[in-house]
Design a protein around this ligand. Structure first.
Ligand code: NAD
Length: 281
């Protein structure tokens, strides 16, 4: 049913390149939206303890009747749980809420370099335990900058499989994405359409007209052709379908370059800067 490409991670596992993100999907809407996404053909769900909907994601997957092995589930360690024992407890709680005995991918949500004595390497070593005992098939990070990644490489035994970062046409985060690539780390692009912020762009709309596609589909396709993993969020069934219909056309090199040229650098960032973000709920 699904035409979604699988990408190989540096630990040998595979990840579907397109998934469904549930940030800001209200808990009471999550079962319905995840059920819709699974019906459309999505087999990859991106949640987090921070999103407060892990339980409903787990319920929807269970109710779908799909085999556990056929759905790729990601969750993330929340900012309040970086201390090793807290991380162990939080991870067990994530598995419990999702009603699974293993997760496909578990990430440190934010590096928090100004918290916990900046010791995210200690937190990372705890994720290594989860991988070793098989409860996390793959482990990775989110919002890690180049120096944070370099520290993990220097101080720990495992290179993250994934770095999930803000990335879209107006904020292409090119230095971090290139660093990921150079180290065999797959980049996941969060807010792939900048929460809608790139959809009025003239260049993108011109390309959309040429393909008889929507601006959202053009931007999502641009990510796919760059090799990024994406999981656009929508709580609108028609858009959940639309965002999945991106595998029946190809952007040519001039269209890819035209979107590449929209990068605004740091001015295009919409979310917090990971170097200073220190929110602990
Ligand atoms: P997104 O770029 O996926 O945009 C989502 C919003 O865009 C929707 O709320 C809707 O308003 C609009 N939209 C979606 N599809 C559309 C369409 N076809 N046409 C018009 N408008 C459309 O933003 P996001 O939700 O921030 O990011 C996607 C996922 O990334 C999240 O759900 C979450 O899983 C993940 N995420 C991770 C982090 C992190 O720190 N790791 C941060 C933010 C998001």
């Amino acid at each position: 049913m699904s035409s979604v490409p699988m990408l190989k991670l540096n630990d040998g596992n595979e990840i579907p390149q397109l998934g469904f993100g549930v940030y800001q999907v209200k808990p009471e809407e999550t079962i319905e939206m995840v059920t819709k996404a699974l019906e459309v053909g999505y087999r990859h769900i991106d949640t987090a303890e921070m999103y407060r909907n892990e339980q409903q994601v787990g319920d929807a997957i269970k109710a779908s009747g799909l085999n556990r092995a056929d759905v790729f589930i990601t969750s993330k360690l929340n900012n309040g749980f970086h201390k090793p024992d807290d991380a162990r407890q939080a991870f067990a709680e994530t598995l419990r809420k999702l009603s699974v005995d293993y997760i496909d991918l578990f990430l440190i949500h934010w590096p928090l370099p100004t918290k916990y004595d900046g010791d995210f390497a200690a937190t990372w070593r705890v994720l290594e335990e989860f991988k070793k005992d098989g409860r996390a098939k793959s482990i990775g990070v989110s919002n890690f900058q180049v120096d944070h990644l370099n520290r993990l490489v220097a101080e720990t035994a495992t290179i993250p499989a994934i770095n999930q970062i803000e990335l879209h046409p107006y904020f292409q985060n090119a230095v971090v994405a290139q660093h990921d690539c150079d180290h065999g780390i797959i980049t996941e692009a969060w807010s792939p359409i900048a929460q809608g912020g790139v959809l009025e762009d003239q260049t993108i709309n011109r390309i959309a007209q040429a393909h008889h596609k929507t601006a959202a589909q053009i931007v999502l396709r641009w990510h796919i052709q760059h090799g990024f993993v994406i999981f656009p969020k929508s709580a609108t069934p028609a858009r959940i379908e639309e965002n999945f219909a991106i595998f029946d056309f190809t952007l040519d090199s001039s269209q890819m370059s035209a979107i590449d040229s929209l990068d605004k650098g740091e001015a295009g960032r919409t979310g917090p800067n990971p170097d200073v973000f220190d929110y602990v709920p």
